[in-house]
Unconditional design. Structure first.
Length: 287
């Protein structure tokens, strides 16, 4: 825009409106609980330090002019800080959960069982012969099935055991050192020779008669016993049968069958006693 005044021409400048500044929003402070706790702790520490610093060293007072000790504000400050500390400690301890101890397991002692009562031994209807009673064990043999009697028998010692024959049963018995025994029917006809097992080793013999026939035909007897160590001898045996076996003792009677010589009558017969348990072992007492 141009304005002409008194012959002079002046240019009129119209100001351009300026932009209004927009106020910047003020940031709102966020409370930090961790920082607050730290600040509180610093405040407590500062207060304690100030209290300790504020307490003056005691100045000696002339004894001639006693004066009252002034009470300073440091005592009140210390008490206030102590109260604050106690409150903070109490709050901290209260805030922490207390661990509840678990109850200790109590060992329970099992009740003491009374020892098993052993049943009283059964009274047998038939008595054990006095000469055999020292050999008898009821638990292994049971009760007698009959009375004791004397039977004509034979006995032969072997490398690994012994054999017997009894006239009352007509059985041959093999007692093996491996711990068991076996009885078989005597099948010898009284005439057939003993089947050969070859020539006996030096110092040993081939058994004869009925027990020899069993030994020669039954591999179990041969393998378990080996060869005979002495000749077969007849003797009189006191025998008693039981529920699970039998007992035997050589007898010193003069004769027990047909006037046959009893090799046990002199008291020096090798076989003294014998215990045979069915399904179990055997034991013999030899002289």
């Amino acid at each position: 825009m141009t304005v002409t005044t008194a012959g002079q021409t002046q240019a009129l400048v119209t100001p351009t409106p300026s932009m209004t500044a927009t106020p910047t929003p003020t940031a709102t402070a966020t409370t930090d609980t961790g920082a607050t706790a730290t600040a509180n702790a610093n405040t407590i520490a500062t207060g304690i330090a100030a209290t300790l610093t504020a307490q003056p060293s005691p100045t000696p007072t002339p004894s001639s002019t006693p004066t009252a000790t002034p009470t300073t504000n440091s005592t009140a400050t210390a008490r206030a800080l102590a109260t604050m500390i106690a409150v903070q400690v109490k709050a901290t301890l209260t805030a922490r959960p207390t661990a509840t101890p678990l109850p200790r397991p109590t060992a329970t002692t099992p009740p003491t069982q009374p020892p098993p009562t052993q049943p009283p031994p059964m009274v047998c209807a038939i008595a054990v012969a006095g000469e055999l009673s020292g050999l008898w064990k009821q638990a292994e043999l049971g009760c007698p099935t009959g009375g004791a009697y004397i039977a004509w028998s034979s006995w032969t010692p072997y490398e690994r055991g012994m054999m017997m024959w009894r006239s009352d049963t007509n059985h041959a018995y093999g007692f093996f050192n491996s711990g068991w025994w076996q009885e078989v029917q005597d099948v010898w006809d009284g005439q057939s020779p003993t089947p050969s097992r070859g020539a006996p080793p030096p110092g040993l013999l081939e058994p004869i008669r009925g027990t020899g026939y069993i030994w020669g035909t039954n591999d179990t007897f041969f393998n378990e016993l080996g060869w005979a160590r002495a000749e077969q001898k007849g003797f009189c045996a006191l025998v008693q049968s039981f529920e699970r076996g039998f007992l035997l003792r050589s007898s010193t009677v003069a004769s027990c069958k047909d006037g046959l010589f009893n090799h046990a009558q002199g008291g020096n017969f090798p076989l003294d006693t014998l215990v045979a348990v069915q399904g179990g072992g055997w034991r013999a007492q030899l002289r």
